[in-house]
Design a protein. Structure first.
Length: 130
């Protein structure tokens, strides 16, 4: 994992990139963000309790962007707004909640923690009083 050294960033850096990305400011053509968000492919439906805990569901994947709709099971029975963004290989995440115009980012910096971003984010959204 030596090559990961070139991908280091602070949470402030990631927020700066997220603001630019989701405002369309990083693209020469403002329509690019819309193209990235327009179409997504749904991953399969989980067939077991273990699959429900895996990060492959309820995720859709598009052009470099994930859509994550926290299931009611992940959200303590509540309906939470959907998110777009991405997670990293070291338990990092950048999510944008268009419904709330909110950016959520964080990391645990652990290569064995790929599923971690899917746990605190629904709790953070639920904590907003939704």
């Amino acid at each position: 994992m030596r090559s990961f050294g070139d991908l280091c960033a602070t949470v402030d850096d990631v927020l700066r990139v997220g603001r630019a990305l989701f405002s369309g400011a990083v693209f020469d053509d403002p329509a690019t963000l819309g193209l990235m968000l327009r179409r997504s492919n749904r991953f399969g439906i989980p067939r077991s309790a273990a699959a429900l805990r895996a990060p492959s569901w309820p995720i859709e994947y598009g052009l470099g962007v994930m859509r994550f709709a926290p299931s009611r099971a992940l959200a303590g029975g509540r309906r939470l707004p959907g998110l777009v963004g991405h997670t990293g290989a070291t338990g990092s995440w950048l999510w944008h909640c268009p419904e709330l115009d909110l950016l959520l980012t964080g990391t645990v910096d652990q290569a064995t923690a790929v599923t971690v971003p899917f746990k605190p984010v629904p709790n953070a959204l639920a904590g907003l009083g939704r």
